[in-house]
Design a protein around this ligand. Structure first.
Ligand code: ZN
Ligand code: ZN
Length: 828
């Protein structure tokens, strides 16, 4: 019996082609950077921030816990307040620069800012990986601007993942009013008329990787003056360059280095990252250079009491969760809800904190979910005190800037006490100083978690943060393993520049910019020679004594965010408006007829997917259900890259071919997760050559561990689901980036096998990271299953919302036995 689970990548907004969610949030001249961004300076007076103190976080938490039967809190971490550690200005920082910063409230840099700035000024490539609002920008502004002031010809290139962030940075640099720097944004919105002026006169150009790839590098001749004098390349939010996109960006940066070298420039790279595991290695992979990491955060922060909250299991016959009996859908593919939903729990917590007079921000992953939380909280409050519900609102994407400001003001001043929001608030909006933050479901990365928790706390006052676990194995693991949240980070930003599907097109782009030489092959790294040979064989490159030349008149079409295959356009039928694009590999999952498609928080329903034209027609509609596509999959092994022979257990990394077909989709109620129905689809099969990690066990070892042969499929399948769910602990992916398949006997391995593969052509580094961290990854998987309080398996441990087999068969106790066998044999 073979079971499979696929998943698709979500589409990423393109800064150059459409306005990104972040751009919507912070369009227009926004607030200045957060206070800590500017180093030590005047603190906002607490009197500005509305009503007086409510209950202390400890008292508040005690009252919240006392509410129901049993204690949902699995851990309370007291994150103490920290005083900042200032450092003297570096001696090389000119007085006018210090004065300009002082004007903006920066009296002196924090220790980590000074350390990173000093390293960069001495010519070392450096990555600053510290917390949200810890002032990472000063770390690169200081050496970059000092150099621009000292050398009137030098230039700086700043890269941000979104136009909104680049615009924020432009405001910050422009506000310093430094003579002769002439900072300017150069992106898809820059009017043609201004572009030439910027190329010729700006010495601090802010752009994004897409513009570097599509505009600046192909036009290097026009940029030669700028590149020749390039002293620093700043890469902000570099942890966002992960997976296939990150692998593309890695090569765009190598192309940049190559052009600089042709003009005689060797710029210093300064990167800023969220805190992550091993930022130096990730930054080194991204740039191809040795990078030193600065990770000791010396900025001040307020104290936070952080509680981990696991919604209680419901009694099996509970009517409130409205589980659908199997016969209602004709098969066993409903996800029985055995825990109280995180949305309901969050709504109750929000109502309770508001009733206590506590200003609370609840983060919910979808806009519809945010509305459900706000509506339920309002209802509960109105039941208690008519009218009190008016003090709770939902914050949705797509508001005008004035409307957002009004909501923020109302919340900060206490007119509004509770706000349920999507994560859209994360970037670029100055809403801090709340008394409590509720986080409904782990937001996917530690960086996002701390960004959200960081909204709590104002100077001199303690605040409360609560992470409410969703019914997901990773959430289950985290609420039982606080060290994964509060200890040293293990989650690493992964990318794979050696992905042949990325490398070959990037080498083609490089060859157009200048013929490739043997020395260039070393720059582009592993696999470059093979990729060049293939491009020659395909007739794209011609080898001459002076190098490899691009043979065509047109430039290659390479999309940094593409996944191979032409992207599918999403068009609103009534207006003909292009909402965005989805890469071909994800289109069957996200844009099948009937799919609910979210764009910038607004919901659309797909009427038609025309694969021949690469176009999906949609209309705006907000149904109260979500859709979940399902597929059937086959995996065959192409080659083995690396393996560990551990007696009865084998662990492998290699290439596989995945054949999959999306065959149906489920509709589920957003508020309850209840399955409404399953509808068939008629879509063609797709082929994916990618990278997988897989492990095999001997049938004898399974029998010895007490797994009956009839239970082997359910054991492997359950282990596979949980393993996919836990991989985001090791690598910044989410479970939608990866797929899996388990089988009691696979034709290529001739043994019981579990495969976990990257859902991207050529791989994205996730499976490789899983292989490198296999014992830690599977140990966490085992613990997440064992620590779930359910009896036979539930969505918090071994059930998967994306299962292609309707979560059947699954055996929770046998999954633990399987993983115990693997862990007992696998070397650490
Ligand atoms: Zn469970
Ligand atoms: Zn499955």
């Amino acid at each position: 019996m073979t079971t499979n689970d696929f998943s698709s990548a979500r589409h990423t907004p393109r800064p150059d082609l459409e306005s990104s969610p972040a751009a919507t949030v912070s369009a227009g001249p926004g607030p200045g950077p957060l206070p800590a961004e500017l180093g030590p300076g005047p603190e906002p007076s607490p009197a500005d921030l509305g009503p007086g103190p409510g209950p202390s976080p400890t008292d508040l938490l005690r009252r919240l816990r006392a509410r129901g039967a049993g204690d949902p809190v699995t851990h309370v971490e007291r994150v103490p307040a920290r005083a900042g550690v200032p450092a003297p200005w570096p001696s090389w920082a000119p007085p006018e620069l210090r004065a300009a910063f002082a004007q903006r409230g920066v009296v002196a840099p924090w220790q980590h800012q000074a350390e990173a700035a000093n390293l960069a000024y001495e010519g070392e490539h450096v990555v600053v990986a510290t917390g949200t609002a810890s002032g990472k920008s000063l770390a690169y502004q200081l050496p970059a601007l000092a150099t621009l002031l000292a050398d009137p010809r030098a230039t700086v290139l700043y890269l941000a993942p979104t136009k909104a962030l680049a615009a924020d940075q432009l405001r910050a640099v422009a506000a310093l009013e430094l003579e002769g720097v002439r900072p300017a944004c150069y992106d898809g919105d820059t009017p043609r008329a201004e572009r030439e002026w910027i190329r010729r006169h700006s010495r601090f150009v802010l752009t994004n990787p897409d513009m570097l790839h599509h505009g600046i590098l192909p036009g290097h001749a026009q940029w030669s003056g700028f590149l020749r004098r390039l002293a620093y390349v700043v890469i902000d939010e570099c942890h966002t360059y992960r997976g296939v996109f990150g692998s593309h960006v890695a090569h765009v940066l190598r192309r940049l280095r190559r052009q600089c070298a042709r003009f005689g420039a060797t710029p210093v790279f300064v990167l800023a990252s969220a805190t992550s595991g091993d930022p130096a290695t990730a930054a080194g992979r991204l740039t191809g250079l040795p990078v030193t990491a600065v990770t000791e955060d010396a900025s001040p922060r307020g104290g936070v009491t952080f509680a981990l909250w696991e919604p209680p299991l419901l009694p099996p016959d509970s009517g409130s969760s409205t589980p659908v009996p199997p016969q209602a859908t004709g098969d066993h593919d409903d996800l029985q809800q055995v825990r109280r939903s995180a949305l309901r729990e969050t709504a109750d917590l929000l109502a309770d904190t508001v009733a206590e007079g506590v200003r609370t921000l609840a983060f919910v992953r979808s806009r519809k979910g945010a509305e459900v939380v706000a509506a339920n909280a309002r209802r509960a409050l109105d039941d208690a005190v008519p009218g009190l519900g008016d003090r709770v609102a939902a914050y949705r994407g797509g508001y005008l800037r004035e409307e957002r400001r009004e909501l923020e003001r109302a919340l900060l001043h206490g007119d509004l006490l509770g706000l349920a929001s999507t994560n859209a608030l994360e970037l670029g909006v100055d809403l801090v100083g709340l008394d409590a933050v509720l986080i409904c479901g782990y937001p996917g990365t530690r960086a996002s978690l701390w960004q959200q928790a960081g909204r709590a706390g104002r100077s001199g006052q303690e605040a409360l943060a609560v992470l409410v676990a969703r019914d997901d194995p990773l959430d289950t693991y985290l609420v039982h393993h606080p060290e994964a949240i509060f200890g040293a980070p293990v989650e690493a930003t992964v990318l794979d520049p050696a992905n042949p599907y990325v490398l070959a097109p990037q080498l083609a782009c490089a060859a157009v910019e200048a013929p490739l030489t043997p020395a260039d092959l070393a720059l582009f790294g592993d696999g470059a020679k093979e990729a060049v040979d293939e491009l020659v064989a395909a007739g794209a490159l011609r080898q001459r004594p002076t190098g490899w030349y691009w043979r065509h008149r047109e430039r290659p079409e390479v999309d940094l965010r593409g996944e191979g295959g032409a992207p599918v356009c999403v068009v609103e039928s009534s207006t003909g408006r292009l909402l965005g694009t989805v890469d071909g590999g994800s289109s069957h999952f996200l844009l099948h007829p009937g799919a609910v498609y979210l764009h910038q928080g607004v919901s659309y329903v797909v009427d038609d997917l025309d694969l021949a034209d690469g176009c999906a027609l949609v209309h705006a509609e907000e149904p109260d259900w979500s859709t979940h596509a399902r597929d059937v999959t086959d995996v065959s092994v192409v080659s083995v890259r690396s393996y560990v022979d551990a007696g009865p257990v084998g662990m492998f990394l290699g290439e596989v071919d995945v054949t999959s077909q999306v065959v149906s989709y489920q509709r589920r109620r957003i508020a309850t997760g209840e399955v409404i129905d399953t509808r068939p689809l008629d879509l063609p099969t797709r082929e994916l050559r990618t990278v997988a990690v897989w492990f095999t066990l001997s049938p004898q070892s399974l029998a010895a561990a007490g797994v009956q042969s009839a239970d082997v499929p359910g054991a492997l399948h359950a282990a596979e689901h949980a393993a996919i769910g836990l991989l985001p602990l090791m690598a910044t992916c989410d479970r939608w980036d990866i797929g899996g398949l388990s089988t009691a006997v696979h034709p290529d391995t001739e043994a019981p096998t579990v495969f976990v593969y990257d859902g991207h052509p050529g791989g994205a580094g996730f499976a490789e990271r899983a292989y490198r961290t296999a014992s830690a990854w599977l140990r966490a998987t085992r613990d997440a299953i064992a620590e779930c309080g359910c009896e036979i398996g539930c969505p918090s441990c071994v059930q998967s919302p994306k299962c292609g087999n309707g979560n059947n068969p699954l055996s929770k106790p046998d999954a633990i036995r399987v993983l115990d066998v693997v862990l007992a044999n696998l070397p650490e």
